[in-house]
Write a protein that binds this ligand. Structure first.
Ligand code: CA
Length: 238
């Protein structure tokens, strides 16, 4: 049975989700604050399959909880609930390490579909780790680096950097469009599925993080280049 941790302080909403997700066969735990969620995950070492994490929480907000988890190497698939009318929150969530998002208010079947999506990707990952053949070309190698899309890892020599699902999606997109200029707007549309009037500069924070993994000198990027006035270009063999 898949276990879901819901982090939400609005108890009527949290209990409504619990009722419906339990009816779908999930085991559900509700945490009313980010601090409680971190305690369950990091100190009590309780195991969950998916976190549904609200951004608006008393005390630590959802972004902080997300980045606290990722910083200690906790890579559980996480869906963030963001407020409608705050499109920048979506990118902030991804920058903090979220795997997917849903804006409030949402339709319950959509939430359940997103949770299924996260579990499916997690299962593919587990299948590839257990030695089953990966479905597609799973590794892109360039120089001393390789991106393993199935295992969600970037390997540089002997160092291994775990990647979030969204980082994997961005890298896959860049590999598919290698040696071409890609605009920020196109990336937001194709990778994040965002058509809203989002501040495209927010994507730059994301690139900064990828450069830390990819570049010998992140201040002078060779692989993930900035194309002034346009966006980015990924050059695997500079
Ligand atoms: Ca809330």
């Amino acid at each position: 049975m898949n276990r879901i941790l819901i982090v939400e302080d609005e108890l009527h909403l949290a209990e409504g989700l619990r009722f419906n997700l339990e009816a779908e066969g999930y085991e559900v735990t509700v945490a009313e604050t980010g601090e409680t969620a971190l305690d369950l995950l990091l100190h009590q070492r309780r195991s969950f399959d998916v976190i549904v994490l609200d951004v608006m929480l008393p005390g630590k907000d959802g972004f902080t909880v997300m980045s606290d988890l990722r910083q200690v190497g906790h890579y559980i698939p996480t869906l963030m609930l963001t407020a409608r009318g705050h499109p920048d929150d979506i990118l902030k969530g991804f920058a903090a390490g979220a795997d997917d998002y849903l804006t409030k208010p949402f339709e319950l079947p959509i939430l359940i579909a997103r949770i299924h999506g996260l579990l499916r990707r997690r299962d593919w990952l587990l299948a590839s780790l257990s030695g089953a053949p990966p479905a597609l070309a799973a590794v892109f190698t360039f120089g001393d680096k390789s991106i393993d899309f199935e295992r969600q890892e970037l390997r540089v020599n002997d160092a291994v950097f775990p990647l979030t699902l969204m980082e994997v999606n961005v890298l896959r997109y860049l590999v598919q469009h290698r040696d071409k200029n890609v605009s920020r707007k196109k990336m937001l549309e194709d990778v994040w599925g965002l058509h809203e009037d989002t501040d495209t500069r927010a994507i730059d924070n994301f690139v900064v993080r990828l450069r830390k993994y990819l570049e010998e000198d992140p201040a002078k990027p060779r692989y993930l280049q900035t194309v002034r006035g346009v966006g980015y270009r990924f050059v695997p063999f500079p």
